[in-house]
Design a protein around this ligand. Structure first.
Ligand code: PLP
Length: 452
């Protein structure tokens, strides 16, 4: 077989890809018929494909390339660390400097007493850790019956058995089932599900479903509640401002551990280091991944508060961990990524560029005949497509068809935007400039026009 490099013709690469590569979350038949787009390079917010097209990445890869593509210092740190110590584990009473330094840095950045980090290789793995961690916590507290974790329908927490079960996406449950002891409540999606309620009323009503669920299960059987500060993969559902304070009140009142899944919202996405700071949440545990290394290396983890970490330590050995927990190369790269975020004031940049510059241009998309709402927090936004803004109607036929068409038009216009059903979403690299925002908005508008 020829060497497979960027220099092969696109059609040949696509044929090999379809023949041998099983893609995540992809219809393989569609891929065989059409061929995947082959991405070859990245710089800043721009991607190049095998045909030489310049694509603006409105999704930061999968919500992860926060510092933008092509950062030399991240490559240099990785190479240096590989030469010095490519791998060692953090099991059985060994450690190494990258894991120590990264854990200490995360503890410094995280709010409150979130001072301890359990590393994983991804967000899904970290959420699996969380399930075992909260159940172990209650075991040690002498309440082994506190096992149930409450999550939300249309939330996303990964696609391992644990993460996929915490998530509230029925197609994921349908492929392989769901573990026991996970319950779901409705999401705080006011535009789509709020009916006649004001946004504030709806936020309270949806949060109070948590209290109802706790009472139904019995407060003493509930281990934890998990939620994304802003649902990402569910369609960038920005909750009403009344929602999180009420969730916090309920968790406090019933003594339930609160897990904020910050895999997307962590490391600057909402204009603060963590989404919990933007929404006033005080979690016991945060799930992190993606922006922790800006996707340059696979790494995730759970940031754990003093009380939970102390209790789990009192129980002796916690029988849990991954070969790559705290992987030295991934940890060194993540540390350098945090240095870039901090020293280049990228979180301040998110605030400056998002409000009002992107906010004004994003909101203006709501003038388009297809757009019902256009919402944004920091650098994550969504628009809802509808055939009738006044009634917020859904399109006839299969849901998501118009969203898919719109996403295809964006793709053809060299803009990566994702569709979730009939919602279109963006989460560009955090380093996007006002000029690049203009390009993104212009391409989005053209694509909407072509769908109308
Ligand atoms: N949690 C949230 C909120 C996510 O958005 C994701 C991925 O998109 C995950 C968990 C799973 O992370 P990973 O894909 O790294 O396993």
């Amino acid at each position: 077989m020829n060497m497979i490099t960027n220099h092969l013709p696109t059609a040949e690469l696509q044929a090999l890809d379809a023949a041998h590569h099983m893609h995540p979350f992809t219809d393989a038949n569609g891929l065989a018929a059409k061929g995947a787009r082959v991405i070859t390079r990245g710089k800043g917010v721009w991607l190049t494909d095998s045909e030489g097209n310049q694509i603006i990445d409105g999704m930061a890869g999968l919500w992860c390339v926060n510092v933008g593509y092509g950062r030399k210092s991240l490559a240099e740190v990785a190479a240096r660390q590989m030469e010095e110590l490519a791998y060692y584990n953090t099991f059985f009473q060994t450690t190494h400097v990258p894991a120590i330094a990264l854990a200490a840095k995360i503890a410094e950045l995280a709010p409150g007493d979130l001072n301890h980090v359990f590393f994983a290789g991804s967000g899904s793995e970290a959420n699996d850790t969380n399930i075992r961690l909260v159940r172990r916590y209650w075991d040690i507290k002498g309440k082994p019956w506190r096992k149930t974790v409450i999550a939300r329908w249309n939330g996303y927490h990964g696609s391992t058995m644990g993460g996929g079960s915490l998530g509230g996406m029925k197609p994921i449950h349908a492929h392989g089932g769901k573990i026991e002891g996970i319950e779901h409540i409705d999401q705080p999606y006011w535009w789509g599900e709020g009916g006649d309620m004001t946004e504030d009323e709806f936020g309270l009503a949806r949060a109070r479903q948590l209290e109802e669920k706790i009472l139904q299960i019995g407060p003493d059987n509930v281990a934890a509640f998990i939620g994304e500060p802003v649902q990402g993969a569910g369609g960038v559902i920005i909750p009403p401002r009344t929602y999180w304070p009420e969730i916090q009140r309920i968790c406090d009142e019933y003594g339930i551990l609160l897990i904020a899944d910050e895999v997307i919202t962590g490391f600057g996405r909402t204009g603060n280091w963590f989404g919990s700071q933007t929404f006033g949440i005080r979690p016991h545990i945060m799930t992190i991944a993606k922006g922790l290394s800006s996707g340059y290396q696979p790494i995730g983890g759970s940031i754990v508060c003093d009380e939970v970490a102390r209790t789990v330590a009192e129980g002796g050995e916690f029988f849990h961990g991954y070969t790559y927990s705290g992987h030295p190369v991934a940890a060194a790269v993540a540390l350098e990524n945090l240095r870039i975020l901090q020293e280049e004031h990228i979180i301040e940049h998110v605030r400056d560029v998002a409000h009002p510059y992107l906010q004004e241009r994003w909101s203006a998309l709501a003038d388009h005949p297809l757009v019902g709402e256009a919402k944004l927090v920091g650098l994550m936004g969504s628009i809802a497509l509808t055939p009738n803004k006044a009634t917020r109607a859904k399109f006839a036929g299969e849901q998501g068809t118009v969203g898919f068409r719109c996403r295809e038009r964006c793709f053809a216009n060299n803009l990566i935007m994702r569709h979730v059903g009939d919602r279109m979403i963006i989460a560009p690299p955090l380093v996007i400039t006002p000029e690049e925002i203009d390009v993104l908005i212009a391409r989005a508008r053209t694509s909407l026009d072509e769908c109308y």
